[in-house]
Design a binder for this molecule. Structure first.
Ligand SMILES: [Zn+2]
Length: 244
């Protein structure tokens, strides 16, 4: 059955390409009707993330990009972040999460690319770490339509085919939004909220992907779930970090 479907697609690639060009046509017409608005400065017709907003973002370089996080179970995790969570990037990430613009993952993955070398340097040379997005609870993901960390991880994976996307880390219960909580409340809020299977993560290396590093409570809780599942090395990689 699978083979027949595969063969027929190979023999007749045409419907597929018509569908693809149809998709582009629809996208172009939509662009004319609703020109993309920049998530940072809210100007119309300049794309989802404009050059001027991109220039306003402060990038971290070298060891400035790194932080050490200590998890509840006392594991030390290196977190690498690409840029400062300043006003423009804050606005952009807010739009990325709440304005139904998963396409912003493309420019944001480009912003993360220069910091990827610092992430990979934390692993053995022959290691092939999995890209694991911090999950949303299924209810929130349905509401939003996508998980911003997952689309970021997918974009990074497309640009780096050696790094495979893995979505087997799950959020087992709904949590309150961390932004309004104190550091202690943040830790309690996410305590035990994640689960990872040994089948996927036993002896695996992991790059844990999230949009913003603030207190690190969520990343630490994810790391502990991955370590419990047998992951052997974990490095967190975020687009933004709240402190210099
Ligand atoms: Zn802009």
């Amino acid at each position: 059955m699978v083979q027949i479907v595969g063969n027929s697609t190979e023999r007749n690639p045409r419907p597929n390409s018509i569908l693809k060009s149809g998709g582009r046509l629809v996208a172009n017409v939509l662009d004319l009707l609703y020109p993309p608005q920049c998530g940072g400065c809210h100007k119309w017709g300049v794309g989802l993330w404009c050059a001027s907003c991109d220039r306003a973002v402060i990038r971290f370089s070298g060891s400035q990009a790194e932080r050490e996080l200590i998890t509840e179970k006392q594991s030390a995790i290196t977190a690498v972040s690409a840029a400062l969570f300043g006003a423009t990037l804050r606005e952009g990430i807010h739009a990325f999460k709440y304005n139904a613009t998963p396409g912003m993952a493309t420019p944001f993955a480009v912003m993360m690319a220069p910091a990827l070398g610092g992430v990979l340097a934390q692993f053995e040379a022959n290691d092939q770490p999995l890209l694991v997005p911090v999950p949303l609870h299924s209810g929130r993901q349905r509401e939003r339509g996508y998980n911003q960390s997952e689309v970021l991880a997918r974009s990074i994976s497309i640009n780096n085919p050696g790094l495979r996307l893995c979505t087997a880390l799950v959020r087992t219960r709904s949590t309150r939004q961390q932004a309004r909580l104190t550091p202690d409340e943040r830790r309690q809020n996410v305590n035990g909220a994640f689960s990872a299977g040994a089948r996927e993560f036993s002896n695996q290396s992991v790059i844990l992907i999230d949009d913003v590093l603030t207190s690190g409570a969520t990343l630490c809780e994810c790391a502990d779930a991955l370590i419990t599942a047998g992951a052997r090395r974990i490095v967190a990689f975020t687009l933004a970090r709240a402190d210099m």
